[in-house]
Design a protein around this ligand. Structure first.
Ligand code: PRX
Length: 660
């Protein structure tokens, strides 16, 4: 079955997979009944539920009121003060976790490093002192443009310790994209590295940052980690602005001046923790703002229950730190639970398709959290790769980022989990902060392709345009019916857009942008975005972002970007382009446009197909008819109403445009 099954075909999915009885015996939540009781309490008596569930966290001042909600501003754990890093680090130092591995890191070339909770704490205290030395104060923004190295975790936690919101920019983004994000949040400091390994070659992060830094007036200091450390990375250090990471740290110790035992400052529950940019339906990325206590509570509780994490687990989330999954489920959630986290710098297929399985075998990974795109790529690479490795340490598998098609689910279950490990599909978003829907392992059965049931504190609905509930099985819009602790508080300096995008679409509820249906067992089936956002290989890409990048090219008059179902990536990106008078549409321009997208956004956003056309189908009022373009991109007949189309001839011409 292709990955983008329609609601109708998913409706025919009737298989049920009950968790293994051994797993159930030890599960944190061992039955549907227990889940339902906890879920009910989380909605009916949130004070009691959250008080109990956050008792492990370190509160400097306890909260007085659970929540206050006045659009657009939500507050949770009102009155509390805390330093989030005490929950992730300090609290473990007085327990046997002190010497437990917090991070087990493996570099792409095969180098490795382990940081215990004691060591990670030390590094974070030092980096926080070094940030202070650069003039960073609570409230200042720090941009982080780094790859998957242990220092990126240190950097994020050091910012959190100081109350300086970080904005991590995925290392696959271009200089222009980095510049725009730095400028939007007004970062004072940039933390980066000489280069990052990517399939044996080096991505020159510092050189790209230098291009961005030509137009980022707010950045005063740049700290550069030497990851590659070889001549060919060609790092130019700007005197007075740039400092090497090691020199930066050595300015503040180690030594008695760094009082590791000293308690860090406490912040209000709603103190900003980070800004993370994500795509929306306009060309301008949205700076999603998360705050301290609610976010921490959300990621802590979900990590504990969804992954059923134990002290002896070795947990591996394969996401990149530049996306929300890396934030919530590599850093904040697992560390707040005292877990051992594997962190891997490389790609799944370098040097060959056995790399992932080899990481699992060598580190004895017990819980694996990865994405359907990766699973589909593994299916294509062949069962012989996982078969060569010992995967018997695995006990739980997770999936995130896009709908997992039943075929990929079955492969994951059979080939990786050996029909023994529960699979937990998890639906959530950058904006939700933590997992919202899941097939809680041990508690409920799984249905391949369904994201299961709402988690604690989460009340969802599948509704029609005006908010009326859909009947079971009927497709509609996925909404969240009440605020929840880890939800985004706003978009950076843009309350209006926050309201318009999420809270004004359907009355009184949060609109997710996704289409879904709820079946007769109350299981949710998320089929993907219904707004102008695409999910390409698990990357969220706004069609408007691609279009505005394309029209900024001097040869382009107009552009429209749409998704086409793709077996591997979920969706492939197809763009239709009209060129300006006198410009030649052809192979050369195609290459130039692909390179232009690399430059404006990043290589991961490169279109799979660029099609030139004389005109785009438009309504009489001049709106591009994307629905028609989608049908054409998918190679099918155009469906539905074309009566508002201005020029019917355009359709025939479009179908004739050359496919790559
Ligand atoms: O369309 C949904 C899809 O990914 C979107 C959120 O993307 P992002 O903010 O980048 O966060 C990705 C990681 C949480 C959602 O609106 N999505 C995410 N998880 C699933 C999913 N679609 C179906 N099933 C999922 N498990």
């Amino acid at each position: 079955m292709p990955p983008t099954d329609s609601i109708e075909s998913l409706l025919k999915e009737e298989r049920r997979f009950h968790p293994d009885p051994t797993f159930v015996r030890h599960a944190r939540v061992g039955s549907h009944h227990a889940y339902a009781a906890m879920h009910k309490q989380s909605l009916d008596e949130p004070e009691i539920f959250w008080r109990e569930q956050t008792v492990d966290l370190v509160w400097r001042t306890p909260w007085k009121t659970f929540s206050e909600w006045k659009l657009p501003h939500a507050k949770f754990f009102v009155g509390a003060t805390l330093n989030l890093t005490e929950s992730c680090l300090d609290r473990h130092l007085t327990t046997s976790r002190r010497t437990k591995a917090a991070l087990v890191w493996e570099g792409e070339p095969g180098d490795s490093r382990t940081l215990t909770y004691f060591e990670l704490h030390r590094e974070v205290v030092r980096a926080a002192a070094a940030l202070t030395d650069l003039g960073v104060k609570a409230g200042d923004r720090v941009a982080i443009y780094m790859g998957m190295v242990p220092e990126v975790v240190v950097a994020m936690l050091a910012c959190a310790r100081l109350g300086a919101p970080h904005s991590v920019v995925f290392a696959g983004f271009s200089a222009e994209a980095l510049r725009d994000r730095i400028n939007d949040c007004g970062a004072k400091v940039l933390l980066t590295q000489d280069g990052a390994w990517r399939r044996g070659s080096v991505v020159p992060l510092k050189a790209m940052a230098d291009v961005a830094l030509q137009q980022t007036p707010t950045v005063e200091k740049v700290v550069v980690l030497r990851r590659i450390g070889r001549g060919e990375t060609q790092v130019v250090m700007k005197h007075g602005r740039d400092v090497w990471w090691d020199d930066w740290l050595s300015r503040v110790g180690p030594g008695p001046s760094l009082d590791h035992a000293k308690a860090p400052p406490a912040f209000d529950a709603e103190h900003p923790l980070f800004v993370l940019y994500t795509s929306g339906s306009t060309g301008k990325p949205k700076g999603v703002l998360h705050t301290t206590a609610g976010y921490l509570a959300g990621v802590h509780v979900t990590t504990k229950y969804v992954f059923d994490l134990r002290d002896d687990d070795t947990y591996w989330c394969t996401a990149d730190i530049g996306w929300v999954t890396g934030h919530s489920y590599i850093v904040y959630g697992p560390l707040s639970c005292g877990a051992t986290c594997v962190m891997f710098e490389g790609a799944p297929n370098f040097p060959d398709w056995g790399r992932f399985w080899s990481v699992i075998e060598r580190h004895g990974v017990t819980v694996l959290y990865t994405a359907p795109t990766a699973i589909r790529a593994f299916i294509r690479a062949g069962d012989e790769w996982p078969a060569r490795y010992d995967l018997s340490s695995l006990r739980l598998l997770g999936s995130v980022g896009e709908p997992i098609n039943p075929e990929a689910w079955m492969w994951y279950h059979r080939v990786v989990g050996k029909e023994r490990c529960p699979i937990v599909d998890t639906w959530w978003q950058t904006e939700t902060g933590s997992i919202m829907l899941a097939t809680l392992p041990g508690a409920v059965f799984a249905k391949p392709g369904s994201t299961g049931l709402p988690l604690f504190g989460v009340e969802v609905g599948v509704v029609k345009d005006r908010g009326e509930d859909c009947s079971p099985g009927e497709g509609g819009k996925l909404v969240v019916k009440r605020p929840w602790p880890s939800m985004a508080r706003t978009l950076w300096k843009d309350d209006d857009r926050y309201l318009k995008t999420y809270w004004d679409v359907i009355p009184n509820v949060y609109f997710t942008g996704d289409g879904a249906r709820r079946d007769e067992d109350d299981y949710l089936w998320v089929v993907g975005r219904i707004d102008d956002v695409l999910n390409v290989a698990g990357h969220r890409i706004g069609t408007a972002e691609i279009e505005s990048a394309l029209v900024s090219h001097p040869s382009v008059a107009e552009a429209a970007a749409v998704g086409r179902p793709d077996e591997l990536k979920g969706h492939a990106l197809v763009v239709f382009v009209t060129v300006k008078a006198g410009q030649k549409a052809g192979k050369e321009l195609k290459e130039a446009l692909a390179a232009h997208i690399d430059k404006e956004i990043g290589k991961f956003a490169r279109p799979d197909s660029i099609r030139f056309t004389d005109a785009l189908p438009k309504t009489r009022s001049g709106k591009i008819m994307r629905r028609l373009l989608k049908d054409i991109a998918a190679g099918g007949e155009t469906q539905g109403d074309t009566s508002t189309l201005e020029d019917l001839g355009v359709l025939a011409k479009l179908r004739a445009t050359e496919e790559d």
